[in-house]
Write a protein that binds this ligand. Structure first.
Ligand code: IVH
Length: 665
């Protein structure tokens, strides 16, 4: 290595310090707040740059850490053996270097056997069993001690609380994660409720695991996959761990390869990657592990990572495009969402023309400006995000700094930020845009399903002052609609008849339409199934609400407060006069549908999409918006397009409309 001049050294020292500050900040955002600002890829680039610079100046190495996810609210406990991180790369050549380094460290020429397995994109936990009994569960924390998340981990369905044929003390390690489908549902509900969406399933899983309210945690259906043993590992090979764990009732790795050397490794990785894409959860690469545990022990670990394991990660799909505009949208709860309007770019097979900019802090930190070349990332999740700016492409004449509004773009009332929230909100309950969004939501497919009462009509009716609340919809007369123009006799009659028909609907639709904080479609169904009658819900005590599975203290308080607020009571009184007739939904647990996830494509002859969805749900199934991993059955009507090909490729069962009718029984 060339000798560095003192000027070069100073420059590197400065850069190392800058990188450490930046990494520390991103660690805090990722591990503690579960709200990262940069993608894993960008983070790994920073880390790898730091490692590279530290290798040039070994005297600057301070013994790097593994990050720290401890939050400060939970009890902490020490791990029996440290929980380390993994060295990682995005470059296949490094995998061969890793193998060469291992052979050099062990001073052996022969081939080394490796296990290659999916890298689950969740958060690491350590389960401590004493005399077979689950004593406690810890997050990785700082590697030495972690947060005690035992109550939350115990909500995970199927996790064994007692195991047999194990040493008196055993640490079982793995990853807590959330299935993409659950993530999509929860995030879609958050967006519908005007809350800030989570960036990805991993962040939602990690935010969930740190909640103080186990009932909410239970409602989020976390899962766990175990792949390692800390203290108490008597096995000789890494690949014996998985059947060992499975025999004791754990979910463990099923897709893994044992290879005797690295010949043909690219094909194996490709095959594993294909298998990973079909999994219902996100993986972000593969992990190589030396199979022989004696060799693992000989190799040991650095302060940060074992020397016997290594992660090869896949780059997410990114694209470059131009940011044309940013609009600031007001949601129905007043949250302001900045939305980037982009020159369309093709990512993971879909055309992306809009992306989220998350929040004001995000815009300021990235210093994104209109006209900039931006990097858009879409990693399987629903919302494409802007992850960076190519400053080098910015015209020399510069671009104007993007300013987040201080006042509501609709009613000009000064925006506020609630403590511990990243979102800015318009606090004005009379803000026309909030009123419009609330009514649109009330009439939407997932609530009262009033066909014909879409955004354009609602907007006009609010703007002319004809309606101010969702209840006012039911006072509309023919002349109000004629007054809007664009309406002929037929459409006026149809809309008024749809409004009239909506009075006879399922209770959950009405509950969902009200926009009670934290209540989306799923929770509205749970409430309707529990209380059956509207009056019972309105007069429910905190204790009654506390009995409902999946509803935690905070949500219960939100519901209770909603029914105490005089403004809401006024609205409910207006509704009272309308005379709704609520039908009960009774779920029939039809084995053809129960617990299965369905997707729909093409045109069905006998049912609308909404009717088909209701039938699936009435029979115990659920419906996904996309043909994502986790979907069990695709129901294909006529003119089914690309989804049908995808389903066939992914071996998802396909039902025709007549299969569907037959299975309904
Ligand atoms: S083995 C000593 N195997 O990735 C660490 N880790 O980026 C040994 N991870 O902290 C870990 N899937 O939380 C291992 N199949 C897998 C994994 C896995 C996900 C996580 C784990 C680790 C992180 C490092």
């Amino acid at each position: 290595m060339a000798v560095l001049t003192s000027k070069e050294k100073k420059k590197i020292q400065k850069k190392i310090l800058q990188l450490r500050v930046a990494i520390e900040r991103h660690d805090r955002l990722y591990y503690k707040d579960s709200q990262p600002e940069i993608s894993d890829f960008e983070y790994d680039c920073l880390k790898n740059e730091l490692l590279h610079l530290e290798s040039l100046l070994p005297e600057m190495v301070t013994g790097s850490s593994v990050g720290d996810d401890r939050g400060g609210n939970l009890l902490t406990r020490k791990h029996y053996t440290p929980m380390l991180s993994l060295e990682n790369t995005y470059n296949l050549d490094d995998v061969f270097d890793f193998d060469a380094r291992i052979r050099k460290l062990l001073a052996i020429e022969r081939d080394i056997e490796y296990v290659i397995e999916p890298k689950v994109d969740g958060l690491a936990v350590n389960l401590v069993y004493e005399k077979g009994q689950l004593q406690y569960a810890l997050t990785r924390g700082n590697g030495i001690e972690g947060d005690d998340v035992t109550d939350n981990v115990k909500t995970i369905v199927g996790l064994p609380l007692y195991i047999e044929h194990v040493p008196d003390l055993i640490e079982i390690r793995g990853e807590v994660y959330m299935d993409c489908e659950i993530f999509r549902k929860i995030n879609a509900e958050r967006i519908q409720m005007g809350e800030v969406a989570f960036a990805n399933a991993r962040n939602l899983a990690s935010g969930t695991l740190k909640l103080m309210d186990s009932e909410t945690v239970r409602s989020r259906h976390l899962k766990i996959l175990l792949y390692g043993i800390g203290m108490g590992n008597d096995l000789e090979k890494q690949n014996e761990i998985y059947p060992f764990l499975r025999k004791r009732g754990f979910v463990s790795q099923t897709y893994y390869h044992v290879v005797v050397n690295l010949n043909g490794i690219a094909d194996i990785i490709r095959e594993l990657d294909g298998a990973c894409k079909r999994l219902p959860y996100t993986t972000d690469g593969v992990v190589f592990k030396v199979n022989d545990r004696t060799l693992q022990e000989q190799l040991g670990a650095t302060a940060k990572a074992p020397r016997w394991a290594f992660a090869y990660k896949f780059e997410p799909e990114c694209g470059e495009t131009i940011l044309r505009n940013v609009t600031f949208q007001v949601g129905r709860t007043g949250v302001i969402t900045p939305v980037a309007e982009l020159d369309p770019v093709n990512l993971s097979g879909s055309c992306v023309a809009r992306a989220t900019l998350h929040n004001a802090d995000d815009i300021a930190k990235k210093d994104i400006r209109i006209g900039d070349t931006v990097i858009v990332e879409k990693s399987g999740e629903i919302i494409p995000a802007i992850v960076g700016v190519k400053l080098e492409n910015r015209p020399e004449s510069g671009l104007e700094k993007l300013v987040f509004p201080t006042d509501c773009p609709c009613c000009c009332v000064r925006l506020i930020r609630l403590p511990a929230e990243v979102a800015w909100r318009c606090p004005n309950a009379d803000c026309p845009e909030q009123i419009i969004q609330k009514i649109i939501y009330f009439a939407s497919k997932t609530a009262m399903d009033i066909d014909g009462l879409g955004e354009a009509v609602v907007r006009k009716l609010v703007e002319i002052g004809r309606i101010k609340t969702s209840a006012d919809i039911y006072t509309l007369k023919k002349e109000d609609l004629y007054f809007l123009g664009n309406f002929g006799d037929k459409s006026v009659n149809r809309l008024l008849s749809n409004i009239e028909h909506s009075k006879k609907t399922e209770l959950w639709r009405f509950i969902n339409g009200l926009g009670i904080p934290s209540i989306g479609e799923k929770m509205a169904k749970d409430l309707a199934n529990y209380f059956h009658h509207w009056d019972a819900l309105v007069s429910a005590s905190m204790e009654d609400l506390g009995h409902i599975r999946g509803i935690g203290q905070k949500v219960a308080q939100g519901i209770f407060d909603y029914f105490c607020d005089p403004k809401n009571l006024d609205l409910l009184q207006q509704f009272q006069k309308i005379g709704f007739e609520f039908e009960e939904i009774s779920v029939r647990h039809n084995p053809n549908f129960n617990h299965k996830i369905f997707a729909l494509t093409g045109t069905l002859q006998q049912f609308t999409r909404t009717q088909a969805k209701a039938l699936i749900e009435k029979n115990g199934g659920s419906v996904a918006n996309t043909l994502s991993a986790g979907v069990d059955v695709l129901i294909a009507g006529s003119d089914a397009g690309q989804k049908l090909d995808v389903a066939r490729k992914k071996n998802i069962s396909v039902w025709t409309e007549s299969d569907f009718v037959e299975k309904l029984g």
